[in-house]
Design a protein around this ligand. Structure first.
Ligand code: ADP
Ligand code: 5GP
Length: 187
């Protein structure tokens, strides 16, 4: 029997570099990244089924009613959720599964899966966070301001996480996550 994979939750304020760091991590690590569902509009270059499953509110609410999510939450006016079926299958096959989700979702996962590993990615400073968020150039000014406001609330909750890692450099941050996963698996 293969050992069940770890459930790994990664959170951090918008623009801190979660997506970039996770992509770097997955170059060498065999973990699987869960593709979330969301009701937000796709950004330029985002593909349905690759970056997210883009759903209408009606479709999303149907999936909630069918108990199709490990967790879901509303963030800045849109629903986001982690589909249950794929993640459970991957874990039962012995794969570690990464959920890149916001703080409310993490709390729900922790309540139901106390064995999960939670990692909060911190920006080096608020100034650097704003610079990265603006530099990405994917959001309107209104959305940027909403997300920066939300960032402060999220960072205040970082103490609820098992690990807090500062994203100074992408390679350094990915290496620290890799070390955490190895330690958690006693390898
Ligand atoms: P998130 O997924 O947390 O919203 P992204 O991965 O989209 O953040 O990163 C936001 C922006 O910051 C991107 O333009 C990305 O290239 C940049 N970025 C990510 N990590 C770093 C880093 N360590 N140093 C400098 N820029 C970074
Ligand atoms: P974005 O719109 O920038 O892609 O994501 C906004 C926030 O939603 C990020 O903090 C991201 O981690 C979070 N998020 C993405 N997918 C999920 C999910 O399935 N569940 C929850 N709770 N949050 C998610």
């Amino acid at each position: 029997m293969k050992q069940k994979g770890l459930l790994v939750v990664i959170s951090g304020p918008a623009g801190t570099g979660k997506g970039t760091v996770v992509r770097e991590l997955l170059k060498n690590n065999g973990a699987k990244l869960s593709v979330s569902a969301t009701t937000r509009q796709p950004r330029t270059g985002e593909e349905n089924g690759v970056h997210y499953h883009f759903l209408t509110r009606e479709q999303f609410e149907k999936m909630i009613a069918e108990d199709g999510f490990l967790e879901y939450a509303e963030y800045c006016g849109n629903y986001y959720g982690s589909p249950k079926k794929q993640a459970e299958q991957w874990m039962s096959e012995g794969n570690d599964v990464i959920l890149e989700i916001e703080v409310q979702g993490c709390r729900k996962i922790k309540d139901r899966n106390p064995d999960c590993v939670s990692i909060f990615i911190m920006p080096p400073s608020m100034e650097e966070l704003e610079k990265r968020l603006r530099g990405r150039g994917t959001e309107t000014e209104e959305v940027i301001l909403k997300r920066l406001e939300r960032a402060k609330e999220e960072m205040a909750l970082s103490e609820n996480y098992d690990y807090v890692i500062v994203n100074d450099t992408v390679a350094g941050c990915a290496a620290e996550i890799e070390a955490v996963l190895r330690a958690e698996k006693n390898q």
